[in-house]
Each structure stands twice: as structure tokens, then as C-alpha cells.
Design a protein around this ligand. Sequence first.
Ligand SMILES: Cc1cc2nc3c(=O)[nH]c(=O)nc-3n(C[C@H](O)[C@H](O)[C@H](O)COP(=O)(O)OP(=O)(O)OC[C@H]3O[C@@H](n4cnc5c(N)ncnc54)[C@H](O)[C@@H]3O)c2cc1C
Ligand SMILES: *[C@@H]1O[C@H](CO)[C@@H](O)[C@H](O)[C@H]1NC(C)=O
Length: 427
Amino acid sequence: MRLNSSIKISRALMSAAVKDGWISGSLESVPKETAEAVVIGAGVVGVAVARELAAKGGREVLVVESAPTFGTGSSSRNSEVIHAGIYYPPNSLKARLCVRGRHLLYDYCRAHGIPHKQIGKLIVATRPSEVPKLSELMSRGVENGVEGLRMMDGEEAMRVEPQLYCTKALLSPVSGIIDSHSLMLSLLGEAESHGAIFSYNTSVIGGRYEGGRLQLYVCESESLRNWDRASPLKPDLILSPRIVVNSAGLGALPLAKRIHGLDDGIVPTPYFARGCYFTLSNVRSPPFQHLIYPLPEDGGLGVHVTLDLNGQVKFGPDVEWIDGVDEVSNWLNLFDYSVGGDGANRFYPEIRKYYPDLRDGSLEAGYAGIRPKLCGKQQIPSDFVVQGEKLHGVRGLVNLFGIESPGLTASMAIAEHVVPQLSHHFN
Ligand SMILES: Cc1cc2nc3c(=O)[nH]c(=O)nc-3n(C[C@H](O)[C@H](O)[C@H](O)COP(=O)(O)OP(=O)(O)OC[C@H]3O[C@@H](n4cnc5c(N)ncnc54)[C@H](O)[C@@H]3O)c2cc1C
Ligand SMILES: *[C@@H]1O[C@H](CO)[C@@H](O)[C@H](O)[C@H]1NC(C)=O
């Protein structure tokens, strides 16, 4: 294991042989290390939490990431939109952390030169019957504290955006776009400069809570990949941290299920909703200046127009409810991210509702992302779930579940929300 030597190696032997399902046999020979704080997962949320712990909290932080580098999960498979905070139920974590996170993010981008642009967004009704929904969104946004929202009639919106068709539009001037890779790189650099250590190719495969102390079973991702699935899985290392933040994204729920001593009754059932993107080819300049969103649909925000900072136009993501994969494949991020070219056939009619001039053959397969959902098809959308020890009784553990959109926007606010919950463990 490539863990930094500044983390003290504890020679204390584990008292008993462990039988936790697939992990069996004696763990006495497995090396043990202590750590002050462990963050599981180096997506944008994990990196933001690590920075908050290291830079502001002055903690000794170890970030464990199963992939060969940071940000290869949902954090690099999204729309890169800085959301305003319109859609979410008032006072929900999504609403509060999105609005707060947006402010933190814009400030951070300005202070650290992260490429971003506050280009604004139009949510459009393309039929008179959709207009009441648009008005509902507007009042919800106002209630959530979103600044500058304004209703436009169709004519005005189509004057501002000549390629657009709509009957009415809601303008959100504070929405924007961001280069999420640069953001992560910057947060990570700050975390590292305050001593945080990132251990890549390193997977957490479970843990145990006993005698007030949480232990994490850690494995090199390579051994996990090569595991024959018949023999018991043995960790390469056991970590004994004082605090643990489980920000493993899609892997967070199955991981929590593998923590022996954590009541798994409080761990929700995972659902997965894949979203594909298609890019617009054969255009000299982007057809729109603003982000263009139809009204939200079940499971997502609708097939919208996103511009990236290079002027590339993307459409997506759609919503496709998929089955999960087994937990090891999940932690190794072996989901199906392929984008079938025929998916485009479904996109054309959707997009033409608001962009009637979209030409045949102009969509090219882009990429896909998977939303870590806590509710299934046609169910009421769930909120972010932040589970601390008050809820589950495991000292020093915070689980982050269901961190789907607007998780990128909210990342710094999530960090700001999580770290104080752990502060009584710092002395
Ligand atoms: C299609 C789509 C579009 C989106 N659009 C937007 C948007 O426009 N704006 C916005 O604000 N948000 C958006 N989001 C949401 C945003 O992308 C996520 O909320 C955010 O990236 C979540 O970050 P994370 O760190 O929690 O998860 P991730 O980025 O998935 O990071 C989790 C990390 O944990 C690692 N890991 C998993 N299991 C283990 C394990 N056992 N051991 C060690 N490491 C492990 C993974 O390899 C991964 O790197 C979108 C999401 C999707 C899917
Ligand atoms: C991680 O593993 C990959 C192979 O899967 C390897 O190429 C890479 O060098 C490893 N990175 C680190 C930091 O060990």
C-alpha cells in the first residue's frame, strides 16, 4: 500500500478473527494503520470535504480512491452546470446546499481562476399547458432564495435566442457553467498543500464498528480486480481512523452495507438512472447563448442544452433506469457507460420541441453518467442524505447518500455542512 509514512502504524492486533460475510479468516496478519480522518472517494465532494478538513480544520487527512486518479466517477460525467437552486423543495438540503454552494463556487472560481461563465439559463414552456408549471418553478425558486428570476413571454425569449421556440420562458441569470476538472484540481492542490494524502488505486471493501472504534478494510484495487470471487476476500490493510466520510458516490450505499456494526436498516436501497449526452456537430457557432432547459421530467431535469467553456454544445442527459452491478464492480466503477448511437433517435423529437431547426444527423454520441438515486421510477424525488452519528450511532462516521445533481454545485457547501458535524472528534 502506498500510504504516507506520516500515518502512524499501529501494531495493535485485532482481538478476534472476523467473519463478515465474504471477509473471513484471521485478520491478525493484516497490517494496521491509524489515521485521523479518512475520506472515501475522490470525486468533487470527497475532494471538497478533504480540503475543508485539511485546510480549514487542520486535520490529517487521507483520501482513499479506488480509481487511478481523482474525479473519474460522476464528477466527470455530468453537465458541468452551476445550478441556481430552483427545482428543489424549499428547505431541503438540495435547495439550501445548492444556493449556498453556488455562492461559494462562484467566489472560489473568481479567487482561484477556475474557468467558469455565468451565462444564465432559460427554462422553457413549449406549449401553453406547460406554463403553470413554469410559474410554479418560479415561485419555488424565489422561495429558495434564487436571485434575479424573471418570466419572459415567448416573443422576448425568442428575440434573445433566435433559434429557440417557446411560449414562455423563465430566465435564471445566476446559472452558469464550470470546468469541473479545474475545480477539483484546485481543491485537491489546496488539500495536499495542507498535508492531505491521496491514495489512488485503493478501495475500501467494508469495515467494522466495535468498542466505539471504526475500522475500515482496505484493498488495492488491483487485488479487487483480480479477485476470483470464490475465495474469501482479505483486506491488504486495516485503517483505524477517528473520523470517516463515506463519499463514495455510486458506491456509498453498498459500502455502508458492508460496515459490520452499522445498522443496515438505515441504509436506503440504491437505484440507478443513467443519462446519455449527445454533442452537436456541423455547426459553426453554438445556436444558443444561454443554457436551455425544458421542464423537468421524472428522474431528471429534461434533455437540455449545455454549452461547455470551449463552445461545444451538448444535449442531455436523458433518464434510463438501470439495474445496479455487484458491489465489487460498483466500487471499481464498472458500470455500462456506453452511449448507443440509436439513442439519438429519441433525442431529436425532444430537442426539436424547443430547437425546431435541429438538423438530421447533427447529433453525435457523447458520454454517459449515472445518477445515484435513492428512489425509483415515478417516486417522489429524494433529497441528499447526510447521515451522522446521531442517526446511526457509529462514532465519527458520516455517510453521504444520493449525491446526484446538484452535487457539483453544492460540493463546497456539502463540505461546509459535514465538517462541523465531526468537529467534536477533534481535540
Ligand atoms: C448525468 C449527470 C448530470 C449531472 N449534472 C450536474 C450539473 O450540471 N450540475 C451539478 O451541480 N451536478 C450535476 N450532477 C451531479 C454531480 O455530478 C454529482 O453530484 C457529483 O459529481 C458527485 O460527486 P461525488 O464526489 O459524490 O461522487 P463521484 O464523483 O462519483 O465520486 C465518488 C468516488 O468514489 C470512488 N469510490 C467508489 N467506491 C469506492 C470504494 N469502495 N473505495 C474507494 N473509492 C470508491 C469512485 O471511484 C469515485 O471516484 C450530475 C450528475 C449526473 C450523473
Ligand atoms: C494505478 O493503477 C494503474 C493500473 O490499473 C496504473 O497504471 C497506475 O500507475 C496506478 N497508479 C498509482 C498512483 O499507483
